[in-house]
Write a protein that binds this ligand. Sequence first.
Ligand code: ZN
Ligand code: ZN
Length: 353
Amino acid sequence: MAPKDVKFIDDSIKTDNDDMTTEKIVYKPRIQWSNVAVNLFIHFGSLVGVYHMLTLQPKWQTYIWFLIVTVLCNLSVCIGVHRLWSHRSFKAVRKLRLLLLFFYTMAGQSSVYNWVKVHRVHHKFAETEKDPLNFRRGFFFAHVGWYCLTFHPECEKEMKRIDMKDIEADKDIMFQYNNYEILFFIFNIMLPVLTPCYFWNESLWISFWVCFVTRFAINFTQLNFTNSANHFIGRRPYDKGQSATDNLAMVFFSFGEGYHNYHHVFPYDYRSGEFGDIGHYNLSAVLIDFFAKFGWVYDRKMVSSEMISRRVMKSGDGTHFLSHEEAHKNAIYGYGDKDIDPDDQEDLDNMKN
Ligand SMILES: [Zn+2]
Ligand SMILES: [Zn+2]
């Protein structure tokens, strides 16, 4: 269903002559046409960049530059604006924060301040009208539709209420917020596009489509699929009552951010998943641990395995046990196995005939 057709009954808004009556008004979201235009340009424009790349038109250095910038921008979103600033799941020294801020600004996903605000409200009120990414409004809305519509009034209220004091106290983040347009132009467009032109004489036309539009679209799509696919497709090993899912394809695509069911249950865990190693494709957690070795990261919050087990037993969908070694540690091969429970063994022996 197209989001523009969605109507919501808003109980909380009263009309002028409404005192004790329960008259309801219909909330009809308005389309933000400028955001629609940007979305169309980025998504369709990325095809131009992909065409240039598939027909081998860029210089080889441009492919490497494209790859490096795309990966670093994605990592700055996962590690920086998500795990560090939105969830405060670890602390980082200023030089690392500045590095993350640099690449995050290059990713161009709005100011840190706005990203954090939307994300915190999403976590606090997931699956309700207060959630800016409310999955109940459909896959398309959660993926990209929400950018193109005005917020639900209930959501707007929570945006104003959500605690942002830590972010407001960070002068680097507030500098980025107050100068966002010019910084977006310099870091998200000029720097990625002009570097190949200046250093290895790439064509401005090709660099624009490849290093700005396509690269931006990939970074943007990684984020959008976390908001959409990660609330629709996958398992719910930790809490089946939440829409968020664990989805291995998303884990791979987003450097460890696809353990979204876990993440919604334990948003303060810096690993954003039960396992923070490279074997589980959690590159973001591996890098956070790497920086911790040099003292650039400290005070990492982590959930104990006992806490995880308790939650799995209480509210998981049962799939946790399909994929974890410890779930099968008492498996038996057949009669005579020494791991058969003694009570079971006794019953079995009594049944022999
Ligand atoms: Zn989150
Ligand atoms: Zn979510």
